[in-house]
Design a protein around this ligand. Structure first.
Ligand SMILES: C[S@@+](CC[C@H](N)C(=O)[O-])C[C@H]1O[C@@H](n2cnc3c(N)ncnc32)[C@H](O)[C@@H]1O
Length: 253
């Protein structure tokens, strides 16, 4: 390595350690409505990034990334979890679809497993509902900038046909169309009461060995979901995992 390259590497390391120090120096905070839920900038030291060389993931991620609010770390975890939980009996369910990004990622992971396995994609397609006293930032109606057409177009573009769209409030208005057991639930609804209704409907239908992934557990602004999961994690029927990317995962024993 020449001296110039050496100097460049030293400069990068110095700027990186300054950047890390700046980010870590932000003081912990909480929302006044939920002082018991503390936040701090999470910056793990780990660097292993298997998604970079996972060609199948990169191909689907390139197609869905403009259709999702979910970052690559959570998308990659959904991808790897879906490949494991597709062996569990039952269908997949996503509540909170918006423009279809994570739904398409999950559909791709379970595509062609067997002719029957599909993913139900439930959304009001008119924004968040049931925001209430347990929520800090959401007030209802957010993420209404989508439509069934936008989602169908994405799935057609990727040649995915293993899905059924459910338009309306889940579970009250649409759950009747679901049949059979659930192997995997991706719950991405942002607020306490909505997530509670989704989970209470799902738990009796969740197969043994099935999983529930909460997108919103680790995020400032989604304290309602954090609170709900902290209540649910006491349930001895489940193994609880908190991933520092923000996901919470419950696995039915
Ligand atoms: C953050 S967005 C979902 C993001 C999406 N998973 C992605 O890949 O970007 C949350 C969605 O949840 C939907 N939603 C919230 N509560 C719902 C409920 N009870 N039934 C149906 N849809 C709901 C909203 O309409 C909104 O589109």
């Amino acid at each position: 390595m020449n001296t110039n390259q050496n100097q460049k590497d030293i400069d990068i390391k110095t700027s990186l350690s300054n950047a890390y120090a700046t980010i870590r120096s932000q003081l912990p905070w909480s929302h006044p409505k939920s002082p018991e839920i503390m936040h701090h900038r999470i910056l793990p030291h780990a660097t292993y990034s298997p998604w970079l060389l996972d060609e199948n993931f990169q191909n689907i991620y390139a197609l869905i990334k403009e259709h999702t609010l979910v970052d690559i770390y959570r998308c990659y975890e959904l991808w790897t979890l879906a490949h494991q939980f597709k062996k569990v009996p039952g269908n997949f369910l996503e509540v909170g679809v918006w423009r279809g990004g994570t739904g398409a990622l999950l559909a791709k992971a379970i595509d062609k497993i067997d002719s029957d396995k599909l993913i139900y994609l439930a959304d009001t397609f008119s924004g968040v509902v049931k925001a209430g006293a347990d929520d800090t930032v959401y007030s209802g109606g957010e993420h209404a900038d989508t439509s069934i057409d936008i989602v169908n177009q994405l799935f057609n573009k990727i040649n995915l046909f293993n899905y059924k769209l459910l338009e309306g409030i889940f579970p009250e208005q649409t759950a009747d169309s679901l049949e059979g057991k659930i192997a995997f639930l991706h719950c991405d609804v942002d607020v306490y009461s909505s997530a509670k209704g989704v989970v209470e409907w799902t738990i009796p239908r969740l197969s043994t060995g099935g999983a529930i992934v909460f997108d919103d557990y680790g995020f400032s602004g989604c304290e309602g979901v954090t609170r709900l999961v902290n209540e649910l994690r006491e349930n001895k029927e489940f193994i609880f995992v908190h991933n520092l990317n923000g996901h919470a995962i419950l696995i039915k024993k």
